[in-house]
Write a protein of this length. Sequence first.
Length: 272
Amino acid sequence: MSIWDRNMLEMFDYDFMQRAFVAGIFIAILASIGGTFVVLKRYSLISETLAHSALVGVAVGLVAGYNPMWVAVIVSILFAWLIEYLRSSFSLYSDAVLSIILSGALALAVIIVSVGGSFNNSLFSYLFGSILAVTTQDLYTIFIFGSFALGFLVLFSKELYFIAFDEEVAKTSGIKVQLLNFLLVSVIAIIIALSIRVVGSLLIGALMVIPAVSALQYRVGFKYTLLLSLAFAISSVIFGMIISYNFSLPSGATIVLSIIAIFVTSLVVNKQ
């Protein structure tokens, strides 16, 4: 047995690695499925915006002494509703709304942390991810909220696909577009808030957007694009975790570089 094989087996001797892989793979499933609808709606920037919004929740949790992940989920949902309300109720471009909220949320998070004096390693782990520090309580939180998010995406996948391509036609077809849009951004907010513990608020956009963009390069229809995105996201988490463990590198960064490698490969393979 080679050294590499022994290291692979040794990884799973540690409880923290087992929790890391379980959390990482489940987050990859959520992010890739949710990200596919976000990319199809040309709404990719929302992942970065809600990631910075989730950071506000983390800051509040750290300062107030609550579980940062629970607070991040709640705050992210509130920001998601604000974004969708501004987008649908005022004559504002989507990218402008997202840029405004992104900047405001980041500024608010910095002020809260500064006032509370909690700018420490805990916040740093949420900025860049600390999947190896995922606790059993974190796993419970991820599965509770993540199950609701996954159930919604699967249950309303046809309607969301229809809305992504043409909202006006979807409205005339009797689909409750506004309600589903609010629910979709809420689900994306949940996924992102859960994901920042794994890959960090500064990197989560990559895990949500790049697998879907990579899959779209193959032009194989919606169903197979979704499956490819899923496969790419899970593969990037697994390879990123293995590289992180063997070379003592930050897990969030190695996961993102893995999915970027898949994206570059997809571009090369499908170059015409």
